[in-house]
Design a protein around this ligand. Structure first.
Ligand code: UDP
Length: 354
């Protein structure tokens, strides 16, 4: 562990840093990097999709204080004045957020509002983890930050897409009305260790299925594309953005674009699996193409992704090999096609088991 000497360049770095979604997939990696850099971290999570194990390495660290909390509820009394807030709280897997659309929307709207108020009160710099989903099913390719997007405001993804769009709008409302210093990071398909076996997103589904020798569930014809960014690259960009004085949205992603079929092939090759593919209906509003234009991140943050897909997948496979519980991934994978399979199972019930 690095000494507490140099809390680097984060704004007001002598004050604690608040991270919400801290026990989540990206949030827990971010907390580790912040602690390494010497910061004191107040970590909030309600464990709706995160897991205490993700913060295991920091459990006894004196500079990490964990508070179990849902940010849509009034914030706990007595939080110290923070210098920076990273708002990463929100389920990000379509399978999870579509099962809890109201909570998802409230997390991004009411929750973000509460944190913006906290930031205003303490003069903290506020970073919102936004998403490529703000572009909806984009009609412009690749997606530059100046593109306003093509999102369905009432479809099954809208709780997430419109929630995140509202969160961005709230950030800029606070900037305009209160002079708050904001950062908005639009994350594109982050993956890596700590994706949970039952997460339901394509990378973890394919890996868990391949490791179990079960068919890989391809939605639609598999020719839709995504651009997958390894989690260490994502976290490096979040820190660089908070360190910077750039207040406009920034795309954070890996511009290498792959079809879902290509991903399935890579996963089968890297796991040595001969699992067949099984085709399932394409979920409603599933974006057809997605690739970030990262010109802003390159020029403003001097950031570019460094971990190639095969390398990142190998590390993720290694992680999931020890944790994969095939049945749950199949439940999530089949969910779009056969929701009755999971009817009656709450998210918490699922999470307790994966
Ligand atoms: N997908 C798939 N099989 C799965 C899970 C997802 O073919 O088991 C597809 C999904 O339809 C989408 C892409 O993979 O086109 C990425 O889905 P994911 O849920 O990872 O994230 P999204 O980018 O859609 O939010």
């Amino acid at each position: 562990m690095t000494p507490a000497a140099s809390p680097a360049a984060l704004p007001r770095s002598d004050r604690p840093v608040l991270v919400t979604g801290a026990a989540g997939f990206v949030g827990s990696h971010l907390c580790e990097r912040l602690i390494e850099r010497g910061h004191t971290v107040i970590a909030l999570d309600d464990f709706s999709t995160g897991h205490a194990d993700h913060l295991k390495a920091l459990r006894r660290h004196t500079r990490l204080q964990f508070v179990r909390h849902d940010i849509a509820q009034p914030l706990p009394e007595g939080l110290p004045a923070c210098g920076a807030i990273f708002n990463l709280a929100c389920p990000a897997s379509p399978a999870h957020y579509q099962r809890h659309p109201v909570a998802t929307m409230l997390t991004s709207t009411v929750g973000t509002w509460r944190l913006l108020e906290l930031a205003r009160g303490s003069g903290a710099v506020f970073l919102q983890a936004s998403t490529s989903e703000v572009y909806g099913d984009p009609q412009v390719h690749p997606q530059h930050e100046s593109y306003w997007g093509h999102a369905n405001p009432i479809g099954p993804r809208s709780c997430y897409d419109e929630g995140k769009r509202a969160a961005e709008a709230l950030c800029y409302a606070y900037q305009r009305e209160h002079g708050l210093s904001v950062r908005v990071a639009r994350l594109f398909n982050c993956y890596g260790p700590r994706l949970r076996p039952g997460d339901g997103r394509v990378v973890s589904n394919f890996i868990v299925q391949a490791l179990a020798g079960r068919p890989l569930t391809v939605y639609g014809d598999g020719r839709q594309t995504r651009s997958f960014c390894y989690v260490s690259d994502t976290v490096r960009a979040l820190l660089a953005l908070m360190d910077s004085d750039w207040s406009q949205p920034v795309n954070i992603g890996n511009p290498a674009e792959h079809t879902v079929l290509e991903l399935a092939d890579r996963v089968r090759a890297l796991t040595g699996s001969d699992s067949p593919l099984v085709f399932r209906p394409l979920p409603a509003d599933d974006p057809v193409r997605r690739r970030p234009d990262i010109g802003t991140a390159r020029s403003v943050l001097h950031w570019r992704p460094e971990v190639a897909l095969d390398e990142g997948l190998a590390l993720t496979i290694e992680y999931l090999r020890e944790r994969a519980e095939p049945t749950l991934a199949v439940l999530h994978a089949d969910w779009h096609a056969a929701p009755e399979l999971v009817r009656g199972r709450t998210l918490q019930a699922v999470n307790r088991q994966d």
